[in-house]
Design a protein around this ligand. Structure first.
Ligand code: FUL
Length: 521
C-alpha cells in the first residue's frame, strides 16, 4: 500500500489545507475513521432540470460510494469466463435450440482456471452461468436446456458448483453472469410471451422438490421474470456466497420486435436479500459498463454520473454510452433535461483476451503489451478491468492463455515494483501532498488515488518534482478518483515529489501517492 495522506483542498482556486493525518486505506485503523460515513451521504442524489450548473457540481461532490462499491473497486483485476454450448458450436451467440449433448468438456478442470487467474493477479471471476442461448451450466429445475441434459459426466455434471468451489479454494471471489436474454425460453414461449406482470411466489414449487425450507418471496414478475427469479434463487441459495451478479442488455438473436420488459426491481430485491454483499453489474445499480468492449476507460473517468431510471427500476446512464465525457461538468449539464439522479456508478472495462468472448481454435491471446496497455487504460484510469479468458472444448484454459496471464501479472509487477514513497516523510500544505524520499530517486510511474469514501473531487492536478531547487511539472491529468497511474515519458530523478490539486469540486482527499521506478529489462 502506498503512502496515504489526506490533502484538504477546497473547490477551484482557493486551496486550503490542514495537516494531514496518516490514513492507510486497508488498515483496521481506517475503518474507525470510515465508520461515520456508513450512515452518511447518499450514493445517489436527485437532480432536476432547474438545477444550475453550480448546483449540479455541488450535488455531484456530495455523492459517496457504498461499502459494496468501495470493496468492488479495490478488486482492480477481475476475470470473465465465457463457457457453454457456444464453446462447442463455434458461435458467439447461440440459437437456443442446440442439442445439449454438444456440451462435452471431457477434461474440465476448474482448479486449472483458478490457478491461472490467481497467478494472473485476478481477485474475482465471473462465469457465464447462462448466455443468450439459455443453456445453463448447472442442473436447473426450471429448464431442460442444461448440463443435466448432456451425457457429459452421465448428466451429473455441474460446472457452476465446480467453478465456485475452485475459485474459493484459490482465494478468488465468485461472480455469475445470467443473461437476461434467453433464446431457449423464447422458443418455449416463455420469454416475451406478453404475460402480465403479477405477484409471483418464488421459488416456484416443482414436482419432487428436494430443497429444504428457505425464504420465499412474493414479487411482481412476468412469466419470464419469474423464470429468472427462480434461477437466481437457485444460484444464490445453493452455491455459497456469490460476490457479483452480472447482467447485460443485449438481446442475442431474439428478433428485436420480441421485447421482454425485464422485472429488474424484483430481480434486484431478490439479489439484495439473498446476497446482500454482491455487486449487481452492469445493467444494475452498483457498476456501469464503460461503454466499449476494448477494455479502455476514458482519459478522465468519473464515478459520479447522471442516471435515468427506466422501466421497472432499471438503472441507466442518462446520456449515450459512447459519450466522450460521462461525468464532467459539461456532461452534468448536458444530461440535465433527462437525468433524475447523480449516482456513484463506477466503470467496469470489459474485454476479451481473444477476439471472441467464447473460445475459437483459430484465435490467439492478446500480447503482453496489449494487456499492459489495457491495464493502464482501465485500472490506471479508475475503472475495474474485466478480462475474459474463455475455456476451450476440453474445459481448460488454453496453455497459451495461461502463460499470457502469468506474463501479464509479471509485467505489471515490473511496471509497478516497490513503492519508493512507502515510509517516506509526507507533508501537506494548501492543495498539495509532498513526499520527501530522503535521497534522490529515479521515478517513472506515479500512482494516485482519492480516498473515495469522501467521493470523487479532483478535476485537475499536476505531479511535480523538485529539480535544481525549483518545482517542475513531470505529469498531470484531470480526474484521479479510485485510481490514476501516470507513466512518465522518461525517468525523473528527484528527492522531493508533490501532487498539487489545481481544480476540485469539494475537499479532495488523496488516499494514495505512490512513486515507482519500473524494471522492464
Ligand atoms: C454482451 C454479450 O452479447 C456478449 O456475447 C458477451 O457476453 C458480452 C460480455 O456481453 O452483452
Amino acid at each position: 500500500m502506498a503512502i496515504s495522506r489526506r490533502a484538504f483542498v477546497t473547490a477551484a482556486a482557493t486551496l486550503v489545507a490542514s495537516t494531514g493525518t496518516s490514513l492507510a486505506l486497508t488498515a483496521p485503523a481506517a475503518a474507525a475513521e470510515a465508520a461515520p460515513l456508513a450512515e452518511g451521504p447518499p450514493y445517489r442524489i436527485p437532480v432536476s432540470p432547474d438545477d444550475t450548473p453550480d448546483e449540479l457540481v455541488r450535488k455531484a461532490s456530495e455523492v459517496r460510494p457504498t461499502a459494496r462499491q468501495i470493496a468492488w473497486q479495490r478488486l482492480e483485476r477481475t476475470a470473465f469466463l465465457h463457457f457453454g454450448v457456444n464453446t462447442f458450436t463455434g458461435l458467439e451467440w447461440g440459437t437456443g435450440d442446440e442439442d445439449p449433448d454438444v456440451f462435452q468438456p471431457a477434461g474440465l478442470d476448474t482448479d486449472q482456471w483458478a490457478r491461472a487467474l490467481r497467478d494472473g493477479g485476478f481477485k474475482l471471476a465471473i462465469l457465464t452461468v447462462k448466455h443468450h442461448d439459455g443453456f445453463v451450466l448447472y442442473p436447473s429445475r426450471y429448464t431442460d436446456h442444461t448440463v443435466a441434459s448432456s451425457s457429459w459426466q452421465g448428466g451429473q455434471g455441474d460446472v457452476l458448483r465446480s467453478f465456485a468451489d475452485s475459485m474459493r479454494r484459490h482465494g478468488i471471489k465468485v461472480g455469475v453472469y445470467i443473461s437476461p436474454a434467453d433464446e431457449n425460453q423464447y422458443l418455449h414461449g416463455v420469454y416475451a410471451n406478453g404475460s402480465a406482470r403479477s405477484e409471483r411466489t418464488i421459488p416456484t414449487p416443482v414436482p419432487g422438490d428436494d430443497r429444504p425450507d428457505g425464504p420465499t418471496f412474493t414479487l411482481p414478475a412476468t412469466d419470464y421474470g419469474a423464470h429468472m427469479l427462480d434461477q437466481l434463487y437457485e444460484v444464490l441459495t445453493e452455491y455459497g456466497t456469490i460476490d457479483e451478479v452480472w447482467f447485460d442488455g443485449a438481446q442475442g438473436r431474439i428478433p428485436p420486435d420480441k421485447v421482454e420488459t425485464y422485472d429488474w426491481d424484483s430481480w434486484y430485491t431478490l439479489i439484495r436479500t439473498l446476497a446482500p454483499d454482491a455487486t449487481i453489474a452492469v445493467s444494475g445499480p452498483d457498476v456501469r459498463w464503460v461503454g466499449n468492449e476494448g477494455g479502455f476507460a476514458r482519459e478522465n473517468e468519473w464515478s459520479v454520473v447522471p442516471v435515468q431510471e427506466k422501466a421497472n427500476g432499471r438503472m441507466d446512464f442518462a446520456l449515450s454510452y459512447d459519450a466522450p465525457d460521462m461525468g464532467g461538468r459539461d456532461a452534468l449539464v448536458a444530461a440535465r433535461p433527462v437525468a433524475d439522479h447523480l449516482q456513484w456508478w463506477p466503470a467496469e472495462a470489459d474485454v476479451s483476451i481473444r477476439d471472441g468472448w467464447f473460445y475459437h481454435a483459430d484465435q490467439q491471446p492478446k500480447s503482453v503489451q496489449q494487456l499492459t496497455d489495457i491495464y493502464f487504460g482501465s485500472v490506471g484510469r479508475g475503472a475495474v478491468l474485466l478480462l475474459n479468458v474463455p475455456p476451450d472444448k476440453d474445459g481448460l484454459l488454453p496453455a497459451s492463455d495461461v502463460t499470457r496471464l502469468r506474463e501479464f501479472r509479471e509485467r505489471i509487477d515490473r511496471e509497478l515494483p516497490e513503492d519508493l514513497a512507502l515510509g517516506a516523510r509526507v507533508t501537506t500544505s494548501p492543495g498539495t501532498v509532498t513526499v520527501d524520499l530522503g535521497a534522490a530517486r529515479e521515478v517513472d510511474r506515479v500512482r494516485l488515488a482519492e480516498d473515495i469514501r469522501y467521493g470523487q473531487q479532483v478535476e485537475d492536478f499536476v505531479v511535480e518534482a523538485e529539480r535544481g531547487g525549483a518545482w517542475t511539472r513531470v505529469a498531470g491529468a484531470g480526474t484521479i478518483g479510485a485510481g490514476r497511474i501516470l507513466l512518465l515519458s522518461a525517468p525523473v530523478r528527484a528527492r522531493r515529489w508533490r501532487v498539487r490539486v489545481t481544480r476540485s469540486r469539494q475537499t479532495a482527499t488523496i488516499g494514495e501517492f505512490g512513486l515507482y521506478r519500473s524494471r522492464l529489462q
